[in-house]
Write a protein that binds this ligand. Sequence first.
Ligand code: ADP
Length: 476
Amino acid sequence: MLIGGQWVSAEADATFASSNPATGAVLGYAPAAGAAETTRAVDAAHHAFAGWSRRPAAERGRILTAVADLLLERRDLLAELITAEEGKPLRDARNEIAASADLLRWYAEEGRRAYGRWIPDPLGDRRLFTVRRPVGVTAAITPWNVPASMIARKAAPALAAGCTVVVKPAEQTPLTGLAVARVFHDAGVPAGVFNLVTGPPAPIGRALLGDPRVRKLSFTGSTEVGRHLMREAAQQITRVSLELGGNAPFLVFADADLDAAVESLISAKFRNCGQACISANRVLVQRSIAGDLTERLADVAGRLRVGDGFDEATQVGPLVDDAALRRVEQVVDAAVADGARVVAGGRRLSGPEHAAGNFFAPTVLTGVRPGMSVVDEEIFGPVAPVLVFDSEDEAVSAANATPYGLAAYLYTRDLGRALRVAERLDVGLVGINDQRISAAEAPFGGVKLSGIGREGGSEGLDEHLETTVIAVGLAG
Ligand code: ADP
């Protein structure tokens, strides 16, 4: 692990294994840290904070740019690690590294724009203004589904703002986390500014949030764990940004370009095997085109190549682990037992090339309804339940009938309708005739149970800044 610029083991050399979800093979071992190592990482981040936060933002930016350059230099190696550990096709893993570098580059510049404000004084004999200051040590707890870019997404704004970080990657992808940490270290990020500890989550999380020196938590993961961490953060009134689960509706109106809608839906649903918080979860289709759209969707889904991400032809990789596979299987089985009809896939893949991995066939279900887990819960797998609506109002009500509110997608050629519907959806991100809703420049995050705070854009920098008002009396 990387603590205070040193590569260290956990106490008693404890380790845990990381394995390949496509083959079941053990890839390697990572240190299993606990509270003691975590506190050492916070010590290091705390000590480094004074120096790092006082550097000019432009100088921090130059170092972040060097990190971006080195990420791209090591792109192939890092991508292979992501594919081996998480399962996504190699091409997507390479894109993840490019996106990580882009985040670092963008925040390297944005850190220079932490502007304060001059405030007209109501009394007249003072001058009032604000300065923005980095909040302090930031804890970043990241998930496995985009194991490199999640670290970049959290570390880039934190470091740009002048904060120091302690990262804890997910237990499914510790090796990717360690390799990303090595990039930060080798690119010249000073000792203690970027630290990374691996190990079982609960003791590490407790040590981070029980420590008064940790002033900010940036978390991406499940709503359940987010709620737990928010409670733990209450101890020290630690600021939180939580990017949690979703249940994204994908709305297709009768006037939509169906080819474009299907192509986009395939990406939004099956990319990363459906394992993204912004994955399309429910497909909502207007009645007159429901049969046509379902048929096309099932046809394309049924032809997607499922396999090892290292195989060039693979379009959909495995689920991340056995528990994830079993959950998808259960959700589909329960829906079918309750009357749903399988129009594509519907089962795990167990032929010779799939036997050792966690592979599930891209699945399309009809005859589903609210009340079924496959509709009400985040699936996080390659399953598309199709529901039918008649009117625009009905579509909006159905889309919003979830406690989540991260992303939504809608396809229509009617501009007025597109804007009317987009403005009524209770989500943080809407894709109109496009499923690419994320960019370093744009704030990303949700409402309701999908979280609090934003990553990306100037909002992502704000999350790491405090505001101090300075009042200057003119009389003295
Ligand atoms: P998922 O269900 O997608 O795996 P989780 O919310 O379980 O999402 O995990 C997201 C991140 O939160 C991972 O890094 C995981 O190790 C971490 N995590 C899980 N439980 C805790 C906890 N009690 N304290 C701190 N971190 C946790």
